[in-house]
Design a protein around this ligand. Structure first.
Ligand SMILES: [Zn+2]
Length: 345
């Protein structure tokens, strides 16, 4: 199991030393791609560890840590959407794992947490595990709970079982029931600064950390995936093509990217168009630092109104991208529309 991330160290110290104020439910919130899921797992492992270190982190050596690392700890229960399980790896951050180019399994798997998953908690809480020990339930991401699941969880939070700690992790606390939020101790995880993130990315072997960070909206784990993850090549190909719309082949690009998560591809295009508009209006880009020369040229040529309305249309596309009938056709339409927009003067 990995250590917690450098930008979380100070927060860790503060949190672990105020441990007794937690109550029975924590809500960890923060930006996507900053390591909340890994933090929550490390927290759970450390609380279950038989011999935690001086900084209260798990020892990684005791029997409890062994079970935890093999995903077999009897007093730890994790609830995630089915789609997440389908791509779950070891310890990698899954916050942006919509974004891993991935298997067919994932496509049909549910993105939601359903009521059955919450009901199964009863077995965990009352029937299994070491009855005497502390039990921890991790729910990630909490906003993935559908209404029925959220209501079922609410009942449990209202009458919390003894010796159970719920850890809810969310990117979008505003999408949770207010009644759930109010029953949790809410904690905002720190947003890493650029220097810390860049240093960390460099340690992971990323050669242009600042550019990757910008392209990832300053979320370091997402930046790492863009640089070295499964879809790094797709991302490069995407940039090459959209940066040269005269030679863009929408059909080829759609074919090349159809295995990627579509919301992620739409998000790339949203960021790209954001930069085109931003450069045109303010002379600055936010995401694609490395492509500044291309953006300068393109944004001076484009029709700002057409680009603005295309940018707004991408919001609708983003909603549809979660349930496309046919990924390749969806992407073809998207890139044909982009190419057409770029030809308007
Ligand atoms: Zn241990």
């Amino acid at each position: 199991m990995s250590d917690i991330y450098p930008w979380q160290q100070a927060f860790w110290q503060k949190l672990l030393h105020s441990h007794r104020f937690w109550g029975h439910a924590l809500l960890l919130k923060g930006k996507k791609g900053t390591g909340k899921y890994d933090f929550a797992r490390r927290l759970a492992q450390s609380l279950l560890c038989n011999a935690p270190a001086a900084n209260l982190q798990a020892c990684d050596q005791c029997a409890s840590c062994g079970w935890f690392e093999q995903n077999g700890h009897p007093n730890f229960y994790q609830i995630v959407p089915e789609a997440f399980t389908a791509v779950a790896g070891e310890t990698a951050e899954k916050e942006e794992n919509d974004d891993k180019s991935s298997t067919a399994t994932k496509k049909s798997a549910s993105q939601q947490i359903g009521i059955e998953q919450i009901r199964k908690l009863n077995d965990f809480v009352y029937l299994t595990g070491h009855q005497s020990g502390y039990k921890i339930i991790l729910i990630y991401p909490a906003e993935a709970m559908n209404t029925a699941a959220a209501n079922a969880l609410l009942k449990k939070l209202e009458e919390p079982p003894e010796n159970v700690l719920f850890i809810l992790v969310t990117h979008q606390p505003q999408h949770l029931l207010p009644t759930i939020r109010s029953r949790c101790q809410q904690l905002a995880l720190p947003l890493p600064d650029v220097a810390t993130s860049s240093a960390w990315l460099r340690q992971q072997g990323v050669t242009d950390p600042e550019e990757c960070l910008a392209a990832a909206g300053y979320a370091p784990l997402l930046a790492l995936q863009l640089a070295k993850g499964d879809n790094a090549q797709s991302f490069e190909q995407f940039i090459r093509q959209v940066a040269d719309p005269k030679r863009l082949d929408p059909l080829l690009l759609a074919e090349a990217l159809q295995q990627n998560s579509l919301p992620v591809v739409v998000n790339w295009l949203q960021k790209w168009c954001y930069d085109l508009i931003s450069y045109r209006t303010t002379g600055k880009v936010r995401y694609f630092l490395k492509q500044l020369p291309a953006i300068q040229t393109l944004s001076n040529q484009l029709d700002p109104l057409a680009c603005g309305s295309f940018f707004r249309e991408l919001n609708n596309k983003q909603k549809l991208a979660h349930h496309p009938l046919n990924p390749r056709l969806f992407l073809e339409d998207l890139f044909i529309a982009y190419a057409a927009m770029m030809q308007q003067r």
